[in-house]
Design a protein around this ligand. Structure first.
Ligand SMILES: [Fe+2]
Length: 183
């Protein structure tokens, strides 16, 4: 069992993944708008904090030690997730596509987890093989995550900040479900 006071970086990030997976599973079984809203806020809190600590601390430490392409894809993938997180934070569970947005976010996260955790050549196994100091990194991740969660508690979850998307202005077309005139 990892020591929670001296967390190994990979154990800490994997524990984040398991927590979010559990929340998504609970959402699938959840009934009622209030319960769904609570779960989605927890998912957005956990994922936002996880993303920040990976982008600020873990991924930069991996640069030069782990394949660049894999790290770059991770940043882009994070930004994709942030769009859905922003959507969900601005939506209510009774909206038509709310459940679909949660489902797609969960699938994106499943992919993110695979890229990091897959055994032979995932980001974690490459970082471990390169000899990164996982205790030192784990301490930094833990300290930063605690500070972020305290900040969210006081000020709410902030709008996600992209690292690779450059902020295009998108036009919203006719929403799905509105009569398109077909038939
Ligand atoms: Fe992760």
């Amino acid at each position: 069992m990892p020591d929670q006071n001296q967390p190994d970086a990979i154990a800490l990030l994997k524990a984040d993944h398991r927590k979010v997976e559990d929340l998504f599973a609970e959402f699938e079984a959840a009934k009622g708008a209030a319960r769904k809203l609570t779960l989605v806020r927890q998912v957005c809190t956990e994922l936002s904090a996880h993303t920040v600590i990976e982008e600020e601390i873990f991924c930069p430490a991996c640069r030069g030690q782990v394949e660049d392409g894999l790290l770059n894809e991770g940043y882009v993938e994070h930004d994709g997730g942030k769009v859905l997180i922003a959507e969900l934070l601005a939506s209510a569970p009774n909206e038509e596509l709310y459940d679909a947005k949660v489902k797609v976010l969960s699938e994106q996260i499943e992919h993110h987890v695979h890229e990091e955790e897959r055994r032979s050549d995932g980001i974690f196994s490459q970082a471990r093989a390169a000899g990164l100091d996982m205790d030192e990194l784990g301490n930094r991740l833990k300290t930063r995550k605690e500070a972020i969660l305290a900040e969210y508690k006081t000020s709410g979850i902030p709008a996600p900040e992209t690292r690779t998307f450059t902020g295009h202005t998108l036009e919203q077309g006719k929403p799905v479900g509105e009569n398109s005139g077909a038939g």
